[in-house]
Ligand binder design. Structure first.
Ligand SMILES: [Zn+2]
Length: 333
């Protein structure tokens, strides 16, 4: 299953909207700065005047255009330097009046110079593919900037780990930063485990946000969504299955996140498919993050020794401890 024409049009429409929004933002910046510093407007007009003159020279007197070009560029540089100085003196960033792009790589067109799809287009497509567009909203609120270690108790020492939940979450956050920092160089998988409500999903969102911001493709699926999708595709012919875009993105995306493993209704087919994804992603050295409430013995029992041994062989286990953060948050509200 690929994306429909309507979904495709919707993605293109979103790019139009983004370009218009950014253009409006830039216009507002110009308007406000021209009001405050009329000299900027004069500089702008002078540059236009000079460029038009030079363009006329190139056409009308091409034999002299070459030597005039030098003086034109010199004058233009002086004006641009003055413009930069005005911005700097008044504490505006140097690029404040440059075109604004949400994705600088494709200038919000979705496509690169050689007409190949940009990473942001691929991500928009796969979000449509998994009907996952609300992920973007979740990432706005759930990221490392909103990460709050105070939600974790700092008084009780955990029996097995011999540290407090707060110290533990700090270490996990550092491990996540390492995971992100080395993402392009080192292949690594994480398995986050611990009881409900201690922030496992939040952590997966934090990592997803950082990697999306640095031009990676991320497929995020709850275990329910994943197994539901596998079940729906169960009776496809093998070649159709391999050509299925939902399946292929799960194999090829830079990061695959399976959230809340163990909450799904599984059967022998879906479990064998889980094994297939774990093995294929490992073979292609593509990272995967799994979160689960299940204990080791539950994992082994539910998914077989074969899968469990892949977890222990390929994944770094991170135990998250603490009281139910959602309850604490609710109490504080
Ligand atoms: Zn882009």
């Amino acid at each position: 299953m690929g994306i429909s024409n309507m979904q495709y049009r919707d993605i293109i429409f979103q790019y139009d909207q983004t370009r218009m929004k950014n253009q409006r933002l830039l216009n507002k910046r110009y308007e406000s700065l021209y009001r405050k510093f009329p000299e900027l407007k004069e500089i702008h007009n002078k540059i236009i005047e000079l460029s038009m003159k030079q363009a006329a020279n190139e056409i009308l007197t091409p034999e002299q255009a070459e030597e005039k070009r030098y003086s034109y560029l010199e004058k233009k540089d002086i004006l641009l330097a003055r413009k930069a100085a005005i911005l700097k003196e008044n504490h505006y960033p140097a690029d404040y009046l440059n075109p604004v792009y949400t994705c600088a790589d494709c200038k919000d067109t979705g496509f690169l110079k050689n007409n190949t799809p940009c990473h942001c287009f691929k991500q928009a497509k796969l979000q449509a593919l998994y009907e996952n567009s609300n992920l973007a909203d979740a990432l706005e609120c759930e990221n490392f900037d909103t990460f709050c270690e105070e939600l974790y108790d700092n008084t009780t020492i955990h029996e097995n780990l011999s540290i407090t939940p707060r110290e533990n979450i700090r270490r996990i956050r550092e491990a996540c930063f390492d995971f992100i920092r080395h993402f392009d160089k080192a292949y690594e998988n994480l398995l986050l485990y611990g009881p409900t409500g201690v922030g496992k999903t939040f952590i997966t969102h934090c990592i997803a946000k950082e990697l999306l911001d640095t031009a990676h493709t991320v497929v995020y699926l709850t275990s329910l969504q994943l197994f539901d999708m596998l079940e729906k595709n169960k009776f496809q012919r093998e070649d159709a299955y391999a050509a299925n875009e939902q399946i292929s993105y799960m194999l090829d995306s830079d990061l695959l996140i399976i959230d809340d493993l163990g909450t799904e209704l599984s059967n022998s087919f879906t479990i064998s498919q889980l094994y297939y994804f774990i093995e294929e992603r490992h073979r292609n050295q593509k990272s995967t993050i799994i979160s689960t409430n299940l204990s080791f013995s539950d994992l082994r029992e539910r998914y077989s020794e074969r899968i469990f041994s892949r977890f222990t062989g390929y994944y770094d286990f991170k135990q998250i401890i603490g009281n139910d953060i959602r309850i604490q948050k609710a109490l504080n509200l």
